[in-house]
Design a protein around this ligand. Structure first.
Ligand code: SF4
Length: 366
């Protein structure tokens, strides 16, 4: 019984015998052990779509309260499509990776405009929607519409790497493609949605990154890594480079119980979110020079600079080393377009990314 191997960059698919064992054991195990999660209550494609987008880069436990709040705020695809951008971002506030919310919002509008509010059930249509990649396409089509489409996420890649001793680097796109070919063979005609979820659940609950629970694993009898005692060696993944350190200044400018906030640029990190006026790439050695340049660019004058604290925040690829600086604004002719005065007691009405919320908590309790 040879499940699969790699030869000349070809994928050797698992044998029919292995496929049968994996299908049977996994579906039976899932039926008995699946977690009771709010997006598993029914097969509403919109609800499943929202959950899949929220779950990208975010743990299940973290997502649950956000998911429930978001769905009670926007219970139908039409209600989300009709919402103002600012309200959608506000409802997503704290979950991070805000481009997910913007893409979801714009894709949902497209579904309402182009497909009468019905989430498409064909790969060619759904995969063209903003923010819907191959994994999300497979998850929605299999779970909501029972279509036999692979949904290969990090959990599934880890399980396959071990089950079939695949040595390829799972951060490579070519490896994902191979895994999709294997999944296509493994997914049964009946219950493809349950099977895809069972694979993900196995990765999340049993075949975990550290210390997989092989003794309780439903597919242990056909697992090559287990047979060879190599489960801790797999999957293979190129070491991520550590995030680049950048000095950043948040400027805290208060006058008559109002504070200046800034709308970030349309593109790039934390695009179009509310923030405090921010100076990026601010070399610590020459703060004054940095401030002078900042004032020239914004056509303003800042005085009475006082350091109010420090903060660290790590995004996936960048490490902000933040200094919080209080300043007074000398009367200026006009404010930069992206700046706005807001009453201190109204700060909670705007959506700020986590890093700014942490700063605001230090500077004022909102
Ligand atoms: Fe993962 Fe162990 Fe199960 Fe193999 S036997 S799939 S390594 S948990």
């Amino acid at each position: 019984m040879e499940p699969m191997n790699k030869a000349n960059n070809q994928v050797l698919l698992p044998s029919d015998q292995v496929v049968e064992v994996v299908q049977q054991n996994l579906l039976e195990w899932y039926g008995e052990n699946k977690r009771d999660l709010p997006w598993r209550e029914n097969k509403n494609p919109y609800r499943i779509w929202v959950s899949e987008i929220m779950l990208q880069q975010t743990r299940v436990d973290t997502v649950i309260p956000y998911y429930e709040r978001f769905l009670s705020r926007f219970p139908t695809i039409e209600s989300l499509a009709a919402a103002a951008d600012e309200d959608v971002i506000k409802a997503w506030e704290g979950l991070g990776y805000y481009s997910r919310a913007r893409n979801l919002h714009s894709a949902v509008k497209e579904v309402v405009a182009e497909y009468g509010g019905k989430v498409p059930d064909k790969v060619a249509q759904i995969s063209k929607l903003k923010g819907v990649g191959p994994y999300t396409t497979g998850a929605i089509l299999s779970i909501a519409y029972d279509k036999k489409v692979p949904a290969v996420d990090g959990n599934v890649m880890r399980v396959f790497s071990r089950l079939f001793t695949i040595e390829d680097d799972i951060s490579q796109q070519s490896t994902r493609k191979k895994m999709e070919r294997i999944a296509e063979k493994l997914i049964p005609e009946s219950s493809p949605g349950d099977f895809n979820q069972a694979l993900m659940e196995l990765g999340a609950m049993v075949c975990t990154p550290q210390s997989p629970k092989c003794l309780f694993c439903p597919v242990q009898s056909v697992c090559k890594a287990y047979q060879q005692g190599r489960e801790s060696e797999l999957p293979r993944k190129k070491k991520a480079t550590s995030p680049k350190s950048v000095d950043v200044i948040f400027v805290w400018i208060v006058s008559e119980n109002k504070v200046l906030i800034e709308k970030r640029p349309e593109q790039g990190l934390l695009a179009h979110m509310w923030s405090l006026p921010t100076i990026e790439q601010a070399k610590k050695e020459n703060y004054l020079e940095v401030f002078n340049e900042f004032c020239d660019t914004k056509n303003i004058q800042l005085t009475n600079l006082i350091i109010r604290g420090n903060l660290d925040h790590i995004f996936s690829h960048i490490h902000w080393k933040i200094t919080l600086v209080q300043a007074d604004l000398k009367k200026s002719v006009s404010l930069p377009d992206e700046w706005e005065w807001i009453a201190l007691n109204q700060l909670h009405t705007r959506a700020f990314p986590n890093v700014y919320r942490k700063a605001l908590q230090q500077l004022v309790s909102i």
